[in-house]
Design a protein around this ligand. Structure first.
Ligand code: FAD
Length: 545
């Protein structure tokens, strides 16, 4: 292979939203990385739309939350999940999500869930990544193979623009190349999980102000029900004119060219309305998680590590969480203050979240598949009305926890984790639907508004943050000295506001650069150096206990 070898500390393979998010997180931390993407970097068909509050908190930290709000669904567009026979037929159930969308403050987060399809999100992440000095993006570069040395990984890459092969040597390689990763199989890493395989068609449609043509009103997710059950849905992508019509069924998947997309759309709406079919793609859904997230210097993130049916809207949101967990750990390791065990904590922290989220997607989607069918569901008869009532009750009971997952979004905890200090208390867990704030070690540190209008979450991100809470909080002098001694960046901040002190449960709370609680106590620890070493992933006496 002619030409020299390019060198980079971190090679990110795949410029989907997870690879881009990781590049942004690293770049904002001043850590150099190179991202290669086989395509042009412009999504041409819609995939993920629903960003949960946690993902929006990441956007906020990266400084693009306002841009995501502006590019996404308008604030007044309801995040309603509607079930009906067609837009001109019968309504069966309606799940409102008043805490989603809009800009009114909510209690649990400074950011409400926002709908912003990848068609709009990916360009925003690309723009941010391009603006960062430490990030290099190379499109039309396809990874072909990898080989591993003692202290580096070598990637062989096809530069499609110039039809040349090049070698890239990286200290770490992050596989963000999605569900069709060539890296994961090359490493012999299997995916395990549910045997479920779903066959789908995704029809991208433009239909300006569709809600003006029917009486059901605006809704973000519409599931159409007929005698066959729930096999078609319409997702609003921009709250204006763009939709994704999803159709389930192997025959459609096997022969997409023979599908009459026009008829599908007309049946869903119930009449002819102005529209344009923009593109049709087929896709396979599975609910699986990689058996390992790491192989020496190679890490898997996003769809390369876990795949799920998108019914619960968790794929991209889970992947963004992977990127955020990896970002500060890679930066700290390369900066020298991250200990030898820091990167080891990625898999035990993130794989359980992947397993839990993919498990939820599997349960919630199987409940939809197993929904009993009613041949008379669309009939204008007493039996039809009765079938709609019964199905409506079932859907409200079962589907609410599919479409409202605020507890999953904000309540995930890294416990047990090799770099979180267990304080011997019992976990304080959220349900799927409802988030319960807590500083239980490993949890996302809770949000509260500060007197100056910032969120507590705005205090976190650069290095560790040690919060002193309440009027009598101790001066953490030995902890501050221990962080300085180990060269670990620390901000020590006092918050006297009594409600925030109560919310935070302890007088001292140590928060990691990703916003998760690393340690808490009412007094300084007996051995501050041991705590610092534990949370930075270095060998410590706490690890030996
Ligand atoms: C119809 C549908 C709807 C969805 N809705 C939601 C939702 O509402 N909410 C949600 O959270 N998730 C949703 N998802 C899931 C979401 O789209 C994915 O989880 C997300 O795109 C994963 O991002 P990623 O960056 O990990 O992978 P991808 O988006 O797949 O990106 C991988 C990138 O890697 C590139 N690549 C692959 N191989 C190579 C190589 N060898 N060399 C270089 N580049 C390579 C690819 O070109 C691609 O750009 C949905 C998915 C589908 C299919």
């Amino acid at each position: 292979m002619p030409g020299s070898t390019l060198e980079t500390p971190i090679l990110i393979v795949g410029g989907g939203p997870v690879g881009l998010a990781l590049a942004c997180d690293l770049g904002l931390r001043g850590t150099s990385c190179l991202l290669i993407e086989q395509g042009e970097g412009l999504p041409d068909h819609p995939r993920a739309t629903a960003l949960n509050s946690r993902s929006m908190e990441f956007m906020r930290r990266w400084g693009i939350a306002d841009a995501v709000h502006a590019a996404g669904t308008p604030d007044d567009f309801p995040h309603t999940a509607l079930y009906c026979t067609s837009f001109t037929g019968y309504e069966i159930a309606r799940i409102e999500r008043p805490a989603h969308g809009g800009r009114e403050p909510i209690k649990q987060s400074p950011e409400r869930p926002q709908r912003c399809n990848q068609l709009f999100l990916d360009p925003l992440l690309t723009k941010l990544a391009r603006s960062l000095d430490h990030v290099e993006l190379r499109h039309r570069h396809c990874l072909e193979s990898i080989s591993e040395g003692a202290d580096h990984v070598i990637a062989t890459v096809h530069d499609r623009a110039n039809d040349q092969r090049l070698r890239i040597a990286a200290s770490y390689l992050i596989d963000c190349s999605g569900g069709r990763s060539v890296i994961r199989p090359a490493l012999g890493i299997e995916m395990s999980g549910s045997p479920y395989v779903g066959y789908f068609l995704s029809i991208f449609v433009r239909a300006p102000q569709l809600w003006k043509h029917h009486a059901m009103g605006k809704a973000a997710l519409v599931t159409f029900v007929d005698a066959r059950g729930l096999w078609r849905n319409l997702i609003s992508l921009d709250g204006r004119e763009l939709y994704r019509l999803g159709v389930t069924g192997k025959p459609y998947y096997d022969a997409p060219d023979q599908v009459d997309a026009e008829s599908f759309f007309r049946e869903a709406v119930g009449k002819d309305v102005p529209h344009e079919i923009l593109s049709i793609r087929r896709w396979l859904a599975r609910n699986v998680v990689a058996d390992r997230y790491r192989h020496d210097r190679i890490f898997l993130a996003g769809d390369a590590a876990h795949l799920n049916h998108p019914a619960a809207g968790l794929g991209l949101n889970t992947g963004l969480g992977d990127a955020v967990d990896l970002g500060w750990k890679l930066s700290a390791t390369l900066a020298g203050w991250g200990g030898a065990r820091l990167l080891d904590s990625y898999e035990p922290e993130r794989r359980p979240v992947g397993i839990r989220n993919i498990g939820h997607a599997d349960i919630s989607h199987s409940s939809e598949r197993q929904q009993p069918t009613h041949p008379e569901i669309a009939m204008d008869t007493a039996a039809g009305a009765d079938a709609r009532r019964r199905m409506g009750e079932d859907l409200m009971r079962i589907q609410t926890r599919r479409v409202i997952t605020d507890g999953l979004a904000l309540g995930y905890q890294y416990t047990p984790s090799p770099i979180v200090c267990d304080d011997g208390t019992a976990p304080h867990s959220s349900s799927t639907v409802e988030y319960r704030p807590t500083t239980f070690p490993g949890s996302r540190a809770p949000h509260a508004w500060l007197a100056d209008g910032r969120s507590t979450l705005d205090l976190f991100g650069n290095g560790f943050t040690l919060l002193r809470l309440g009027v009598g909080a101790p001066q953490p002098l030995t902890m501050e000295r221990a962080f300085a001694q180990r060269g670990v960046p620390l901000s020590s901040i006092s918050i006297v506001d009594p409600p925030i002190a109560t919310l935070y449960e302890r007088r001292l709370v140590l928060v990691r650069p990703d916003g998760h609680v690393a340690w808490r106590g009412d007094e300084e620890p007996a051995d501050s150096l041991a705590v610092v070493d534990h949370v930075r992933g270095a060998e410590s006496s706490l690890h030996r206990r």
